[in-house]
Write a protein that binds this ligand. Sequence first.
Ligand SMILES: Nc1ncnc2c1ncn2[C@@H]1O[C@H](COP(=O)(O)OP(=O)(O)O)[C@@H](O)[C@H]1O
Ligand SMILES: [Mg+2]
Length: 453
Amino acid sequence: MARLGLPALRRSTPVRLAAFLVALFACVSLLSFGVTYLVIRNRLETGMRADLEQTMAGFSAAPSASALAALIANQGAVTDPSQRILTYLAPNGQVFGNVALSRGPEGFLYIDLGPNPTGARRDYLGLAGNFFGGQLIVAANRAPVTALAATFLDVLLASLLPTIVIAIGGGLYLARRSRARVDRIVATLDRLSSGDLTARVVPMPGAHDLAAIGEGVNRLAVRQEAATEALRQVSADIAHDLKTPIQRLAVQLDRLAAAEGMPETGAALAAEAREEAARIVGTFQSLLQIAQIEGGSPKARFVPVDLAEVARTFAEIYEPAADDAGQSLTLHLPGGPVTVQGDRSLLGQALANLIENALRHTPPGSRIAVTLHGGAQPVLEVADTGPGIPADERQNVLRRLYRLERSRTTPGSGLGLALVAAIADLHGAALTLDDAAPGLVVRLAFGRPDGAP
Ligand SMILES: Nc1ncnc2c1ncn2[C@@H]1O[C@H](COP(=O)(O)OP(=O)(O)O)[C@@H](O)[C@H]1O
Ligand SMILES: [Mg+2]
């Protein structure tokens, strides 16, 4: 599987789903945390108020100013002013409790909490009351309330962050896994659409939806393969069944041409018809041969074949024809033999078809070059300087009976390249048609080199 880039991952369904769930979870968490925080804070404040009111009520039960002063003095001595303030300003101006309190003009009170050594927040909730002409103040530090917010924030982060990390990690993992499966299906579809009908999606346990798609693709492939096979069989059968009667027809036409008392024009027509019949037989033979090769001609017959020797032989055979047509045929070979496993006569026929095309479909004066590249992956190529084949037709000419419009009047049946394609396929070689600028170059690239020296 190709490694997934970040942009591809971001577009992947599981990652999007994970991101959406994380966002949803974060929103819900924030909301529920917020509500819980407000409720708890409210309870704390209410509890604090009730406590202060109760304390105040307790002191109000004192019978006199001096009794209250004594009470405050006692309790104040044992109460930490950073937690709770208790102070009574008696009518005579005397102060009792744990905090300094003094009277200012116009009824104002000065409260002095003194130095704050701990540096903690001093945020108090207080209650004041008039008792026996003096002022009583009780107050409680709101630290529990302020600490609550920090605690909540800590808990929120501690629970939310791992969730986000885990969810995104899980999403990425799922995305990679499902991507790998999608890639497998796509690869199979690619092979199927490029003509390899034996391609199948390997079973994917545990992936129900994708596995169903894979099985669908496989069913389609099985049907397609069967249909193609049936078609191939039918065309082979037709070619086979018609070959014999047409051969008989050719013989009869021969006899007709030579028959006694046959006028000259009749004999000429019979000879023409005889040639046409011969062409038909040739076409049928080629069709049958292609069907045979495609049907998996036994590879057991494969032997080491020296491509250099094949190229040399066929270049020699076609050189006179090239000279006659005013064309030149040159051969470029590497130093030694170039061996591949194959069927020598089929490989020779493929090369012959390519050279014949280069002779037939190019004007006089064209140069034809047969080149062999050795090495681990040998390449046999035939290039010419003719009109070439337009890029959008290069796939079509490999089809059976397909010929370019301009070749209508050139002899041939449109089966030459189809046969080359079948032979290339049988040998596991890649067949490519390219622009030789000008002209056409056809390459046969052999993938499996023969280990033999
Ligand atoms: N070397 C070439 N240069 C230009 N066109 C070519 C060449 N080879 C093949 N073609 C085109 O491809 C078509 C198919 O070729 P082929 O299958 O060999 O059939 P045929 O040669 O019998 O026409 C040809 O009819 C021709 O139009
Ligand atoms: Mg041809």
